[in-house]
Ligand binder design. Structure first.
Ligand code: ADP
Ligand code: GLC
Length: 479
């Protein structure tokens, strides 16, 4: 039985800021337990809800020499559904109200975390075959394994996989200002760890991991180009032999329109007409006009530059001047988007509602009640929201980038195929054109639309198919 340890900065249900937590929370559940023993290790943030903290048991604590001082490392543990969760405790680093941008510099926090994970293994008498690291926060780990433990027998056979969920975030900082990296030999600090005169944790992970993956095939290609590489395209091309793209799945049980407890009227492909009742209920909840003819376009997202909302804002006026169009937004993020969406909502109250904040059950009701889901991302490594919307027969309109391109098949009027609509260039006019085209199909060809909704609901977003690809990687690097 091979042992796989996931190392990540967030994971459902303990702590989540975005799709990374969904993936870290779900993927291990679907890996074949007859072949692999799965554990997950993450920081014990004080902001992890008390109900989880109560279930954790302290395993041990020890002190480790680090540049700042002898650091305390506590290890907590809990088991659930055949998975062991470990948590690294240290109040100095993890006591903030949020996992990131709190208490101390993130680079220091996660340099500590990577070091603590490696130091904890012998204490736990646990030697994994593979450590599967996620994003820049664990980027140093594959390198530290070689730098600090290369000669140590205990660690010698451990292999690493590094999964990039977002190439934009790299863990960059002034090289000499990262306290927890000061004892790393200069050869590494100014070598593998360096990019453009700064320290770069992502780059270290990419260079030192035995296998690098990212979350869609298209994104794996995009990050090897100057346009999508976020400055690291040269590095990505250099490692292309050990790089591959594996699309994410979603928890199909959690997002199931037939059994979802958050939605008032459950439905499936056979009684898809019930969805209209969810739409009516959504219009009521959002304070919109109860207009059966209206097409409800939804946005559920972090409101950031990545997600392409500057395009949406720039055509919002035109869109809301269109008859029978309604827009529902749920999300938090950059002030400018929160402000702009709220402004349109107060100008067009019967047509638009902006929910600034985030609520999981409201998100479900929006996914279920809307007709279309808009996701015009500037770049999108994978994207989960378009997959979720499809599960509820809500047709996605996306920009054809990264995982959006790989998961949404454009509607073909002649062949009557496809699961959504896509536009290529990052251009508001192009986006509006495709929205108008989608609206035309929605209004004028209800049968074709209904068939598309059903195709969306049948789209395979299950983890079962995906995990086979990760299992093949674990086999490849450990044999
Ligand atoms: P990303 O991780 O880039 O935000 P994904 O589409 O991969 O995008 O994942 C989005 C996940 O985060 C989904 O589970 C979605 O429901 C959730 N989500 C969307 N908006 C917010 C928000 N404002 N706060 C917290 N979670 C959100
Ligand atoms: C990141 C990406 C998103 C992806 C998620 C999970 O947050 O922005 O596209 O779906 O990670 O891999």
């Amino acid at each position: 039985m091979k042992k796989i340890l996931f190392a990540a900065s967030e994971g459902n249900p303990f702590i989540k800021t975005g799709g990374l937590a969904d993936v870290v929370g779900a993927l291990p559940k679907y890996i074949d337990k007859s072949l692999y023993e799965i554990s997950i290790i993450m920081p014990l943030y004080r902001c992890i809800p008390q109900k989880f903290r109560e279930q954790m048991k302290k395993v041990t604590h020890f002190y480790e020499n680090m540049p700042r001082e002898q650091e305390y490392i506590g290890i907590y543990k809990m088991e659930e559904s055949g998975i062991t969760y470990y948590f690294i405790d240290n109040e100095y680093y993890f006591a903030g109200d949020a996992p990131y941008h709190h208490i101390c510099e993130d680079v220091n926090k996660f340099a500590f975390f990577s070091r603590a994970v490696l130091a904890a293994l012998p204490q736990l008498k646990f030697c994994p075959d593979v450590i599967h690291c996620h994003d820049w926060q664990t980027g140093l780990l594959p390198m530290l394994l070689k730098v600090f433990y290369g000669e140590n027998k205990f660690y010698q056979n451990i292999k690493t996989v590094f999964t990039i969920h977002n190439q934009k975030f790299q863990g960059r900082w002034q090289i000499d200002d990262i306290e927890n990296c000061r004892d790393i030999p200069a050869k590494y600090r100014y070598g593998a760890m360096e990019a453009y005169g700064e320290s770069n944790f992502l780059k270290a992970g990419i260079l030192y991991a035995d296998q690098v993956t990212t979350v869609s095939e298209t994104y794996a290609r995009e990050i090897q180009t100057p346009e999508g590489g976020e400055g690291l395209d040269g590095v990505m091309r250099e490692v292309s032999g050990k790089l591959c793209g594996i699309i994410n799945g979603i928890d199909e049980k959690e997002y199931d329109a037939q059994t979802d407890k958050n939605i008032p009227y459950p439905f499936g492909t056979k009684n898809i007409a019930e969805k209209k009742k969810d739409k009516k209920a959504l219009q009521k909840e959002m304070g919109l006009k109860q207009d059966a003819k209206a097409c409800v376009i939804a946005i559920v997202s972090r409101l950031t530059q990545q997600k392409g909302f500057e395009l949406v804002v720039s055509v919002m006026e035109e869109l809301l001047q269109t008859e029978h169009v309604q827009v529902v937004v749920l999300g938090t993020g950059e002030e400018r988007f929160q402000h702009d969406f709220s402004w349109f909502a107060q100008k067009y109250p019967s047509q638009m509602c902006a929910n600034i904040g985030y609520s999981e059950d409201k998100a479900h009701r929006i996914y279920a009640g809307a007709d279309m889901f808009l996701m015009p991302s500037q770049f999108e490594p994978c994207g989960l929201s378009q997959l979720i919307s499809m599960r509820y027969g809500t047709v996605p309109i996306v920009r054809e980038t990264g995982g959006l391109k790989d998961t949404v098949e454009p509607y073909n009027e002649i062949w009557q195929t496809g699961t959504g609509f896509g536009f290529r260039n990052y251009d508001a006019g192009e986006m509006l054109f495709i929205i108008r085209y989608a609206l035309k199909i929605y209004q004028e060809q209800p049968k074709a639309w209904k068939a598309m909704m059903k195709r969306c609901m049948k789209h395979d977003s299950s983890w079962q198919t995906v995990t086979k690809k990760y299992e093949a990687i674990y086999e490849k690097i450990t044999s």
